[in-house]
Design a protein around this ligand. Structure first.
Ligand SMILES: Cc1cc2nc3c(=O)[nH]c(=O)nc-3n(C[C@H](O)[C@H](O)[C@H](O)COP(=O)(O)OP(=O)(O)OC[C@H]3O[C@@H](n4cnc5c(N)ncnc54)[C@H](O)[C@@H]3O)c2cc1C
Length: 583
């Protein structure tokens, strides 16, 4: 009798535990090597910036995660077949090959998990058509991506999902009681079929991790997005040097709880340097190596005193604390971003955003050498705004930059430079190790004023004020912008164009473009009443009660004003640039 074959196409569900498909299966894909033949596919480039869709940091993290899953599956008596090609090409090829061997093996079903996003939906539809064309059952599974299961939200239609996060949060609170239980980890899984069709030409598969990773990185190294980028600074360390795979993700959760970092999270989450100021769980979550509710249930065991491993940790057995509550709050943001992708569909990628507002006078580099140069300097971190440059270099070299830095970078590109925000979102898609469709595009929209931030265009981050608030002595900026390492005054680290000519000479900074020609002189002065914004189109500094603000300090805030560009407006409420709260 022919062996029955089930094809499970893995997407962002790279784990065995809390996986509905492996859970179901338990009750009952070597990689691309160079080939002399030409690839049938175009390079995967972004739409407006033409950046690689997946840069080197994420490519490695994905390879590690896939390999980790492969070993987990092998330990459970099963395995993973890796294939190069688009989902539909690979699937059609597999189905055709199996059809030719009908007597030995017969494909009875194709399963995959459902994703949000336009391309993802197209992929699902083409896979469905390919399976159904051959009369094979096709099933889409809901993966446990959500902290609170999407079927448990009190809205029957995505159209009714609230446009503001707070309204959504209130509809699902209390957060601690909301998640569904995790699926058990299968003890064993069925073996791979005895016949597995070979990889189709022109690709060749390798069965070693190193070859897989090398092949993935090869084109990215041959044609880097940025030539002649500054080198990795001496002494700098990645804030997220972790490896892909669910085992590493689980280890990280345990470390965060056991070390007390989860408990401290609320106070540390705006940090910039070091490993534990925030959870750094994002990359594992993005690929489905871990699930949000796995995080929740481990926190619950800690809070309820059910896991002796955490016995010595402050807060053990004392219920939810402000740190663990804040982590749940962020995981809910993640859910919310995904639900917005479902609600708004293709609007996630439109320059007009969820708000459908076409009135912003976005600048584009095409046929505009000035904007082209600005964009290039933004990408490589030579704008002259210390905080922005540090973050951009950190991102390029490590694939990670903190949430605080991301907000400033996005605000700088969209609101201070007025450059079309999609260039920034695409750059993040390329460079971030933790790239997540909904989190990335949704947050770019939010900060750029076209998404679901109720304060929209009124919220402008002043990167100089933010640097004072969150990088008090300039350690973060000096770590990543090596040229500034000998500058001692935070004022000059954050606004290096203020270094006087004499000092420039002493510091070897004469002729440095960041000092000589900053893209924007965003002003901010400490301890000065009514310091004036330096103006320009979208203006300068901010008023507001961000952390670290001293008594009697007052800052001016400048709004981007679509109708009356260039006119600086003092914020009446004193809240426009306030940076506490979530964003
Ligand atoms: C412009 C911009 C782009 C972003 N792009 C991404 C992205 O591609 N992928 C991504 O995972 N996050 C993105 N974020 C959200 C956030 O910056 C990262 O999730 C966070 O910095 C990751 O570090 P962490 O895991 O230590 O986060 P923590 O502070 O420890 O938060 C815990 C988890 O909550 C979720 N989370 C935290 N903040 C947010 C948020 N603002 N929105 C949605 N979920 C959140 C993440 O899954 C995160 O791992 C972006 C934010 C901005 C402003």
């Amino acid at each position: 009798m022919a062996q029955k074959v089930l094809v499970y196409l893995l997407r962002r569900d790279l784990r065995v535990a809390d996986n509905p498909i492996f859970h179901e299966i338990s009750k009952l894909a070597s990689f691309i090597r160079d080939s002399s033949k030409k690839s049938p596919y175009r390079e995967a480039r972004s739409e407006v910036g033409k950046f690689w869709r997946c840069g080197p940091h994420r490519a490695s993290f994905v390879a590690q995660s896939v390999w980790d899953l492969k070993t987990d599956l092998e330990e459970k008596g099963s395995g993973l077949i890796l294939r190069a090609g688009t989902v539909v090409d690979v699937l059609e090829d597999l189905l055709t090959e199996y059809k030719a061997k009908e007597k030995e093996a017969q494909v009875v079903a194709v399963w995959m998990t459902e994703e949000e996003g336009v391309e993802e939906k197209d992929e699902e539809n083409t896979a469905r058509r390919a399976a159904e064309k051959q009369g094979i059952d096709f099933q889409l599974w809901t993966d446990e991506k959500y902290y609170i299961h999407d079927k448990d939200v009190p809205f029957d239609n995505p159209r009714n999902y609230p446009d503001v996060f707070t309204a959504y949060r209130k509809s699902v609170e209390p957060l601690r009681d909301a998640p569904r239980r995790t699926h058990p980890t299968p003890k064993s899984l069925p073996a791979l079929p005895s016949f597995v069709p070979p990889q189709k030409e022109p690709f060749v598969m390798s069965d070693t991790y190193d070859e897989v990773e090398t092949a993935l990185l090869k084109p990215l190294k041959e044609k880097p997005d940025l030539e002649n980028m500054c080198p990795f600074p001496q002494g700098a360390k990645s804030a997220s040097p972790f490896k892909g795979g669910s085992k590493e993700g689980q280890k990280r959760i345990q470390h965060l709880i056991g070390s007390g970092s989860m408990t401290k999270y609320k106070d540390t989450r705006n940090g910039l340097l070091g490993l534990d100021f925030s959870t750094k769980l994002s990359a594992w979550l993005a690929l489905g190596c871990i699930t949000a509710r796995q995080v929740h249930f481990q926190l619950l065991d800690f809070e309820d005193g059910r896991n002796d491993q955490y016995k010595g940790t402050e807060g053990y057995g004392k219920g939810e604390n402000k740190g663990t509550a804040a982590v749940r709050f962020e995981l809910l943001w993640r859910d919310y971003m995904r639900l917005c992708t479902r609600k708004f569909g293709p609007r996630l990628f439109r320059i007009e955003g969820f708000r459908d507002d076409p009135s912003y006078p976005w600048k584009y580099p095409k046929n505009n050498p000035g904007v082209k140069e600005m964009l290039d300097r933004f990408l490589r971190g030579t704008t002259g705004a210390g905080f922005i440059d540090a973050s951009q270099r950190e991102l390029f070299h490590t694939g990670y930059t903190s949430n605080r830095a991301r907000q400033n970078v996005a605000s700088y590109l969209a609101k201070h430079l007025g450059i079309a925000w999609k260039f920034g979102a695409e750059w993040y898609e390329s460079q971030l190790m933790d790239y997540d469709l909904s989190n990335n595009w949704g947050n770019w929209q939010y900060v750029s004023g076209v998404g679901n931030d109720p304060r929209g265009e009124a919220r402008i981050f002043n990167p100089v004020k933010q640097a004072f608030d969150y990088d008090h002595q300039g350690d973060y900026v000096k770590t990543w912008v090596e040229e500034l390492k000998d500058v001692t005054e935070p004022q000059e680290i954050f606004q290096p164009w203020k270094i006087d000519p004499e000092r420039r000479k002493e510091l070897g900074l004469e002729g440095n473009i960041m000092l000589e020609k900053p893209l924007k002189k965003i002003d901010f002065r400490v301890n000065k009443q009514n310091s004036s914004g330096s103006g320009g189109r979208y203006g300068g500094s901010s008023r507001g009660g961000g952390r670290g603000r001293k008594k009697n300090e007052s800052y001016s805030v400048v709004h981007r004003n679509k109708k009356n560009e260039g006119q600086n407006q003092q914020d009446k409420s004193g809240k426009a640039a306030q940076v506490n709260g979530h964003k």
